[in-house]
Write a protein that binds this ligand. Structure first.
Ligand SMILES: Cc1cc2nc3c(=O)[nH]c(=O)nc-3n(C[C@H](O)[C@H](O)[C@H](O)COP(=O)(O)OP(=O)(O)OC[C@H]3O[C@@H](n4cnc5c(N)ncnc54)[C@H](O)[C@@H]3O)c2cc1C
Length: 539
């Protein structure tokens, strides 16, 4: 993917696009890929970088949602479990099976969760991962050597999936591009155009790199702006009442030694009634998350002090070595685009739907919000089906059930049993690139400088930065250190240390000068300081 070529495609286009998508998060990328693979012309505009919003900041689970089962939302769980299986088949380089253990400290927990998780297995049907099973205290300890032993009565093991969200997102964008979609990051939709009847028929946007304003005519405009969807809806209907009730979730990242396991811990009921996970991820331990209603969405929300303390205290109840503040390597925050189930403008106290919602307003703007990463494909299929009807587009069937995601090395299979893939990201950090790992290795082979880790604490090499600039439309230091590689989310101090060298490599690839690189480093260091919460703020 090459940004200059994408800009040329936008400028050279004389006909309307069938669909213009606003927003390059999971559903937006899914819509672009779904539409393009049906032969529908599509342009995707992303204001920042692909995945800069919520989609690069999730808990990284591909799951049915055990919690929703407890709430009795069986259809939501079944749909998500099916999507989990489809995603594993289509992107085995980015999704793998992960065992979860619910440790039990009360007599009633083992039978209670044991039965519930059997139902979870059943609902997955032919898309099932491994089977759930009740564990003795000894088996629990074997799987989770660092779990608190005092009072441990056993546990229950079940299986779900894990992904690398920002890597999956860039692969979805590449998939869309492979099938003919035009995708542009750093392109902000600032207004909507209308036909003589007042219906939306295009998008006015600004290329934020050149400052050039352009108009993209469209038969259908899809608003997939996530937490900013209400802002985009107001471009069509200035008085539109809000559909979303944003809520932020914090994750803390620690060293691998805190969990020392290939299995994750799932705590089904924290003191505030939430679910908390401690998960092995790229050689680290990711713990989260919280759920704090917020007033205004933003791109770099900061963790609240209470949220950090809550995660530290809850983790301390389950881990034999309680993590301290100074053990936090990174803290990252995502904002959920939760839909107010009672409809636009209703009070926040109403129930918040975790299902997706498609809304078409009186001006014909099609908005897709809610849902979760796991169900992005189904959300995209549903959205494109609506767009076909709305815009009278060519009614080709959806093919994404078996569409391989860019980089997929294993054959996609819609057969009876799904093939489980286990995590070898730690032994092979380039595995997330799938088929393209070989090209990155040969880049590294061509220049010893590119083969060297950029910091001793993370296995990220210069070749990945070069690859991101050449092939993945990375434009800034944040793009390469937060999303094309996950350095910032794994270890903020290490990411800050690698910033100067990464900036030099990026500047060379993008034809930028030394002052540009220095400015990138300065901006990135400010950002990394926000993720580096290892020291408590002074009173
Ligand atoms: C803390 C947390 C943990 C989660 N964990 C999980 C999990 O483990 N598993 C799971 O399945 N789901 C999870 N989710 C849910 C999942 O991450 C989201 O449902 C999904 O990422 C939302 O994608 P989105 O496209 O709606 O939003 P975003 O990813 O935010 O994408 C919207 C994009 O629109 C762009 N945009 C906005 N305005 C404009 C404009 N005017 N012009 C151009 N572009 C614009 C933004 O820049 C942004 O990139 C989690 C969510 C949170 C918050």
């Amino acid at each position: 993917m090459n940004r200059a070529a994408m800009v040329a495609q936008v400028c050279g286009r004389t006909e309307p696009w069938d669909i213009v998508v606003i927003g390059g998060g999971a559903p937006g990328a899914g819509v672009a890929g779904d539409a393009a693979s049906r032969g529908i012309s599509v342009l995707l505009l992303e204001r920042e970088d692909f995945g800069k919003g919520t989609s690069g900041r999730s808990t990284k689970l591909v799951h049915g949602g055990v919690r929703y089962l407890e709430q009795g939302n069986v259809s939501l769980v079944m749909e998500a479990l099916k999507e989990r299986g489809i995603l594993l088949q289509n992107a085995p380089h980015l999704v793998h099976d992960l065992p979860f253990v619910v440790p039990n400290y009360s007599w009633w927990e083992t039978p209670f969760y044991g039965v519930g998780l059997k139902v979870y297995d059943l609902l997955a049907g032919k898309y099932g991962f491994g089977r759930s099973r009740i564990l003795s205290p000894q088996e629990t300890l074997q799987l989770l050597p660092n779990i608190r032993q005092d009072g441990l009565r056993g546990g229950v093991i079940y299986h779900d999936g894990q992904l690398d969200d920002a890597r999956l997102l860039i692969s979805l964008i590449a998939t869309a591009s492979d099938h003919g979609a035009t995708v542009l990051n750093y392109a902000s939709a600032v207004a909507l155009t209308r036909d003589a009847d007042g219906f939306v028929n295009g998008v006015q946007a600004i290329d934020r790199e050149s400052g050039v304003k352009f108009t993209a005519a469209a038969r259908v405009v899809v608003n997939a702006a996530g937490i900013f969807a209400d802002e985009v809806r107001r471009l069509a209907e200035p008085d539109a009442l809000p559909m979303l009730a944003p809520s932020q979730g914090v994750h803390l990242v620690f060293g691998r030694s805190f969990l020392r396991s290939d299995a994750a811990i799932m705590v089904p009921h924290t003191s505030d009634g939430r679910v908390l996970f401690a998960i092995p991820w790229h050689g680290h331990t990711l713990v989260g998350t919280t759920d704090t209603p917020i007033d205004e969405p933003s791109y770099e929300p900061a963790p609240l002090e209470d949220e950090i303390q809550f995660i530290l205290e809850t983790a301390a109840q389950y881990l034999s070595r309680p993590p301290r503040r100074s053990d936090i390597l990174s803290a990252f925050v995502g904002i959920r685009p939760l839909v107010n189930a009672a409809g636009p403008g209703s009070a926040r106290t109403s129930s918040l739907a975790r299902d997706h919602t498609i809304h078409i307003d009186s001006a014909g703007l099609l908005t897709i919000v809610g849902g979760k990463w796991t169900t992005y494909r189904h959300m995209a299929e549903d959205t494109v089906n609506h767009a076909i009807t709305l815009g009278r587009l060519n009614d080709a069937p959806c093919v994404t059930h078996t569409l391989r995601i860019h980089g997929c090395v294993a054959p996609a299979d819609s057969g009876s049993e799904i093939q489980l893939s286990h995590c070898d990201w730690d032994s092979d950090p380039l595995r997330v690139y799938g088929a393209e790992a070989a090209a990155i290795r040969s880049l590294a082979d061509s220049d010893p400088e590119l083969a060297r880790p950029l910091d001793t604490d993370l296995p990220i090499i210069g070749a990945q930065i070069v690859w991101a600039a050449r092939q993945e439309m990375a434009r800034t230091l944040d793009d390469v250190l937060a999303r094309r590689t996950r350095a910032l989310l794994l270890n903020a101090a290490a990411a800050a240390r690698m910033a100067p060298e990464a900036a030099t490599l990026l500047a060379r690839e993008l034809g930028r000068d030394a002052p540009w690189a220095a400015a990138q480093v300065a901006t990135f260091l400010r950002l990394a300081a926000q993720y580096n919460v290892g020291t408590a703020p002074s009173a």
